[in-house]
Design a protein around this ligand. Structure first.
Ligand code: SF4
Length: 945
């Protein structure tokens, strides 16, 4: 002991998230430095944690960096290998293989013809990327477990697993290849295993290293691998100290083979371990709420809005807000889109971003592809010409294309010989591009890939401009590109820039990834995965995508070559239980990061083929799923103005509140109440706007139901005449279904699909990909319709009707009426969209209400039978279990169904006749295209009629 500092022995600090374990280690580190103790080493799992702790300790000490040794396990292991590389037989300091490089190495080994004879258990699989990936994982996990190939081979033999025996023998060949490579490389797991080997096999090295590791501090011991555990034992100096923190409830890397009970292993490895229990959380209890939504887009929008609210109302800076997802995927993409739209600055932490997709690199890569792949040049030129490489504007590109067309030449030919009559700027750019292309092609043949890159860096003005503009995102991406291509040039001698383009595109393993350095963006919301969130702390946390399948993800992704079958065999049931326990711990990690506010969100995606189920883990927090506030508080000036305008419009709100709203608006700077046209009387054009013999339909009245002003614009003024390909596809499917129901098309799959081919017009789609997808969807819709509804007894199909509502003509067309039972009938309306309504919503549906009136009032329809079921059938919402989703109502259960339907329609007709077209205070404005013409929105302006 020195003062209060324990200088020898082992301590284990045990506690839940937020109990101050890391702070305990940090304080101990500071005490040791202040006590002039040497040989302090602080090991953590992530670079982010190492960076944060180093900065914190440096700030506290106010001293130079060489006194602070906070590092990751892998950085430390690599530094040992580089210091003592000769002792391990390397000719030079070993390089660390990235994931893609290791994948390539394994694949190249398997591609060797001599390798085939070793794989009798997998005669065909060795060329598959999935098998390469499994083998890559196998050798990593074997090294993490610190098992030799011979040990694994024995275990596999005893277990009667010849396939794993072959994998174990490959492991031996893999290690030999790593060692034999001229340029000396190690993979991530090899770093730790080799460091451990170094200390065990060379006593003098071990003595030298241990002189620098007198005091060991290790955070998050629950996540160490057996190899890291053994390395720690090897670093421990008799008479020195070792302190580790552990939270058994945060063990989230079991799937990678972390120690099952790290605390017990630590105590066993260091006899006499003193345990320090920290029980309370210093983070306090955050205010927590949980919202569920129907759709992912709604969830994402609400998250972006919550970020604004936290900042505006709670005073929490962007950098103190974290959004945690299970993994990067559809949910995180939707959230990123919403954050972008809503102007929330954010950074994605630890994401593998494809380097080739970085905006600043796209022109550079396009130029290289155009230069080195002449066959692709013509396709790439339009984009390249309009990019910062050539800086032609769209009109100039069009002029060039027109000229090429007149001359009957390709764009590539225009670059070779620009026409003299083109504007000077275009000719100059074409000459410059030609010279660049020649230069790149030439250098590609004789220079290393990184030298070609530096040539591009010097030649392209827009890259220099990025430096001048101090565009951080762009410069980070360019730096990552430079590092990656330099590493590629070092590791793959003889390869060209063109070969590196393959790596960028992910031909071998996946696109070349890079991590944006999130620490450089402190003023941005953090978007991160639950695994990345371990060890972090934030003022406010939003845990998004809390649905079954994500939290928890119960799938036990077992591999063919699963090392656990040898090292920890378990029954399928036990494996599943272990998996669920780990998922629960991961959820705990995600939900224990917040200091003040926590929001959990999920989207049921009720209209999708497979609706999502909100996570049952919520109950562990003692919470129930609720909904977001229907009328959220305004957060910006524009929102406040819009809200006040709506309040003013809403006759159901108390007069005093409406006057207050008026008062607020009138006092807003820049607002001219004289321009609010709806405050004036309607201009009387002298003739009625609505025709005397009003002819309408349910869809028109639905528009009026949502908002009378929207109806005016859309229906009476015809301002929204768009036809989308979705509508056309719907028409085609309806047509085929109708003809089949009438017997005009045979009720066979072949006949329906042939009819679809006949109607199909590929030119109405924006892209080939969309056309392809929609056609597959349509084929599947028709197949399912045939299987489920094809044989129903049809009483009427595509039958038009008209009836009167208070003097107005109500028109429509019923898709199908089929026999229900006896004299009862079922009405079916087919939809090709995916957003299915619920039965409750069907009971309120205006279309079904009007069809009911038609079935009971139009004599030809009434004689078909009494309506028993009114049904909406969503051909586009196809659950995996088969069929399609339906929503329905039974009108016989409500004796007043018809009267209510009649009253609703009459109300709308009266409103239209009276030309009541004020915007509705309760309208769903989300998809309305008339906001710029709408007085309840700040951007709305007067419409000259
Ligand atoms: S924006 Fe809303 S209130 Fe205005 S016209 Fe559209 S639906 Fe009606």
């Amino acid at each position: 002991m020195l003062g209060n500092i324990q200088l020898a022995g082992a301590s284990l600090v045990v506690g839940p998230a937020g109990s101050g374990k890391t702070t305990h280690l940090r304080n101990r580190y500071l005490d040791l430095v202040r006590a002039n103790e040497k040989g302090n080493l602080f090991l953590v799992h992530s670079r982010r944690a190492a960076r944060a702790l180093s900065q914190d300790i440096l700030l506290e000490l106010g001293t130079s960096t060489d006194q602070v040794r906070v590092t990751t396990w892998h950085s430390y292991g690599l530094s040992l290998l580089r210091n003592y590389y000769r002792r391990l037989g390397y000719r030079r300091e070993p390089g660390l293989l990235t994931g893609p490089e290791q994948f390539t190495l394994v694949r190249e080994m398997l591609d060797d013809p001599t390798e085939q004879k070793h794989w009798s258990a997998f005669p065909k699989q060795t060329r598959l990327a999935g098998f390469v990936e499994e083998l890559r994982e196998f050798v990593l996990r074997a090294q993490d477990a610190l098992k030799s190939p011979e040990q694994l081979e024995d275990l596999a033999r005893q277990a009667g697993r010849p396939d794993l025996e072959e994998a174990a023998r490959f492991f031996r060949r893999y290690l030999t290849t790593l060692d034999a490579r001229d340029d000396a490389v190690v993979d991530h797991a090899n770093v730790i295993a080799r460091a451990w080997q170094l200390l065990n096999e060379s006593q003098d090295v071990a003595d030298e290293v241990r002189a620098e590791t007198k005091h060991l501090l290790v955070d998050d011991y629950q996540d160490v691998s057996p190899a890291q555990h053994e390395l720690l034992r090897a670093l421990f100096v008799t008479g020195g100290s070792v302190t580790a923190t552990v939270n058994p409830d945060a063990r989230i890397y079991g799937f990678r083979g972390s120690l099952p009970d790290a605390g017990a292993a630590f105590a066993k490895a260091f006899p006499g371990t003193q345990t320090i229990e920290l029980s309370s959380s210093h983070r306090g209890t955050p205010e927590t709420k949980a919202w569920q939504f129907d759709h992912l887009t709604e969830e994402a929008d609400a998250i972006a809005r919550e970020c604004h609210r936290l900042r505006a109302r709670e005073g929490i800076g962007w950098g103190d807000i974290a959004i945690i997802v299970r993994r990067y995927g559809p949910a995180s993409r939707a959230i990123r889109g919403a954050l972008d739209r809503e102007g929330v600055p954010f950074v994605v932490v630890g994401e593998n971003r494809p380097l080739a997709m970085e905006p600043v690199l796209i022109p550079l890569v396009e130029l290289a592809r155009a230069a080195l792949r002449p066959a692709e040049r013509e396709d790439r030129l339009p984009k390249l010409l309009a990019s910062p490489v050539c800086e032609l504007d769209p009109y100039e590109v069009r002029a060039l294309r027109r000229e090429a067309h007149i001359r009957g030449a390709s764009l590539a030919a225009m670059i070779d010989a620009p026409a003299g009559e083109l504007p000077e700027k275009i000719v100059a750019q074409l000459h410059r591009l030609r010279a660049l292309i020649d230069d790149i092609a030439d250098r590609n043949m004789r220079e290393r890939p990184d030298q070609v890159f530096w040539f591009l860096w010097e030649s392209l003005d827009y890259l220099r401009q990025a430096v001048a503009d101090e565009d951080e995102d762009a410069l980070d991406a360019v730096t990552a590109f430079a590092q990656a291509i330099e590493r590629f040039s070092d590791r793959r001698p003889g390869k060209q820039f063109d070969d590196y383009l393959d790596v960028l595109e992910g031909v071998e393993f996946g696109p070349e990834p890079w991590h944006m350095p999130d620490e450089r963006r402190p003023g941005a919301v953090r978007l991160l995965t639950a695994h990345n969130a371990a060890g972090t702390e934030h003022e406010a946390v939003i845990v998004a995508g809390c649905v079954e399948g994500e939290f928890p993800d119960p799938r036990d992704k077992r591999a063919m070559l699963d090392l656990r079958d040898l090292l920890a065999p378990a029954s399928p049931f036990d494996r599943q239980m272990n998996r669920l326990a780990e998922e629960r711990r991961l959820f705990n990690v995600a939900t224990s990061r917040a200091r003040r506010h926590m929001l959990l969100t999920c989207a049921r995606e009720s209209s999708q083929r497979e609706p999502q189920v909100p996570s049952s883990f919520l109950h562990h927090l003692g919470l129930e799923w609720g909904t977001a506030p229907a009328r959220p508080e305004p957060l910006t000036r524009d929102e406040a103005e819009a809200t006040w305008r709506r309040t003013m419009r809403d006759a159901s709100i108390a007069d005093a509140e409406r006057r207050d709203a008026l008062d607020h608006i009138a006092r807003l700077p820049g607002v001219d109440t004289q321009t609010w046209w709806y405050e004036h009387e309607w201009t009387d054009p002298g003739t009625p706007l609505v025709a005397e013999d009003l002819r309408t339909s349910y869809s028109r009245l639905s528009s009026y139901d949502n908002c009378a002003l929207q109806y005016l614009y859309q229906v009476e003024l015809g301002l929204d005449p768009d036809t989308s390909h979705q509508m056309l596809v719907g028409t085609w499917v309806h047509d085929i279904v109708d003809r089949c129901a009438r017997g005009e098309i045979a009720g066979t799959e072949e006949a329906l699909l042939a009819a679809l081919d006949e109607l199909w017009d590929p030119t109405v789609f924006e892209s080939v990909a969309i056309e392809h997808r929609r056609k597959l969807d349509c084929r599947e819709m028709l197949r399912r319709w045939l299987a489920t509804d094809g044989n129903l007894e049809t009483l009427a199909s595509e039958v038009a009707f008209e009836f009167s509502i208070d003097g107005a003509v109500m028109r429509g067309r019923i898709d199908r009426v089929v026999r229900f039972a006896g004299s009862m009938v079922r009405l079916i309306d087919y939809k090709t969209g995916r957003n299915a309504k619920t039965d409750d919503e069907a009971a309120e549906d205006l279309q079904l209400a009007s069809y009911y009136l038609a079935l009971t009032r139009v004599p030809e329809l009434a004689k078909l039978g009494k309506p028993k079921i009114l049904q909406l059938a969503y051909l586009g919402a196809m659950p995996k279990s088969g069929g399609f989703m339906r929503a329905q109502v039974d009108p016989t259960k409500d004796p007043e169904f018809g009267e209510k339907a009649q009253a609703r329609l009459e109300g709308f007709v009266h409103g239209i006749r009276a030309e009541r077209f004020a915007p509705s205070a309760g309208a769903d404005c989300k998809w309305c295209r008339f906001k710029t013409l709408c007085p309840v929105w700040p951007e709305g302006d007067e419409v000259p009629l």
